[in-house]
Design a protein around this ligand. Structure first.
Ligand SMILES: [Cu+2]
Length: 297
């Protein structure tokens, strides 16, 4: 086979091959997220991440089109033509100082804007008066914990494990048992929820894109973050996924955050509490059977 036709064939085959390889991406909606920016809408920290992302991306695009546009213009303007060669231009001190200084100023501006935005992303606001009842949070020194200005929030302990999530609703009262749930986290709107993230085995990572950034779950260590779902999102479900490869079932380590109005949440919590109490009673009955020496059916 002549060499030329092989190259031509490869070239011909490349486009359909590339198209076929990238086509599945269009069906993986979660992989494409928001197409060009981050997911948001469930919590002010996610919104702040999104707006910072847009500021950086738009600035980057403006610089890109400015530089590439100037390059294309220069290629066209100083090109070779009939009767003259392409112009060869070397060195322009003013211009070089200009674009070096300009780029440095731009980087400084972006850094300052990012630091201002960091507060919105990291610092939890106060709960609303219409939110679910909050408890005073005792600050955990030696961690990255941030607490709202009034020191109050709802406290949920997230324990990741191979392969799931346990959510413990800490009511701040050591004399009553805490309600807990797996995989589905129910949360009240208008309420600042502080998340205390840890793991009971390997490293996992908490990530619900619409509710904010990603946080590692590490055994023996506590990572803190927060969310505050607006009232308009009551009834919404936010999907999440472990974002740290943690073993063979990592892909199945999904979770859902269900937003409920504070009234609905109070009801949910009471129902869950009753279910757990009932399970304890049933457990005690089964234990009594075993203790009596009978066989469990
Ligand atoms: Cu995982």
């Amino acid at each position: 086979m002549p060499r030329k036709s092989l190259v031509a064939r490869l070239r011909k085959g490349f486009i359909p091959l590339a198209a076929a390889a990238s086509a599945p991406l269009f069906f993986a909606q979660n992989a494409s997220a928001n197409w060009i920016s981050t997911e948001h809408g469930g919590s002010p920290n996610a919104d702040a991440i999104h707006s910072l992302y847009l500021i950086l991306m738009i600035t980057g695009l403006v610089v890109f089109f400015l530089v590439e546009g100037l390059l294309v213009y220069t290629l066209w303007k100083f090109r070779a033509g009939r009767g003259h060669e392409a112009q060869q231009i070397h060195g322009n001190t003013k211009l070089e100082i200009g674009w070096t200084g300009g780029a440095a100023v731009l980087v400084i501006i972006l850094a300052v804007v990012s630091f201002f935005k960091l507060g919105e992303i990291r610092d939890p606001p106060n709960s609303d008066a219409s939110g679910y009842k909050t408890t005073t949070i005792a600050k955990d020194p030696g961690t990255n914990q941030k607490i709202p200005p009034d020191g109050k929030a709802m406290h949920i302990i997230i324990t990741a494990f191979q392969y799931g999530w346990r959510f413990t609703y800490d009511d701040g009262d050591p004399s009553t048992p805490n309600v807990y749930a797996y995989r589905d986290l129910y949360a009240p709107t208008n309420t600042t929820v502080l998340l205390d993230i840890t793991s009971q085995d390997v490293i996992h990572s908490w990530w619900v894109p619409q509710l904010g950034g990603k946080f590692d779950a590490v055994q023996g260590f506590h990572n803190w973050t927060w969310f505050k779902i607006p009232a308009s999102k009551a009834g919404s479900v936010f999907r999440g996924q472990c974002a740290e490869l943690c073993g063979r079932n990592h892909a199945n380590m999904t979770l859902s955050v269900h937003a409920l109005s504070p009234a609905d949440f109070t009801k949910w919590l009471a129902d869950k509490q009753a279910q757990l109490e009932q399970a304890k009673v049933e457990g005690a009955k089964q234990r009594a059977v075993v203790d009596a020496g009978e066989t469990l059916k």
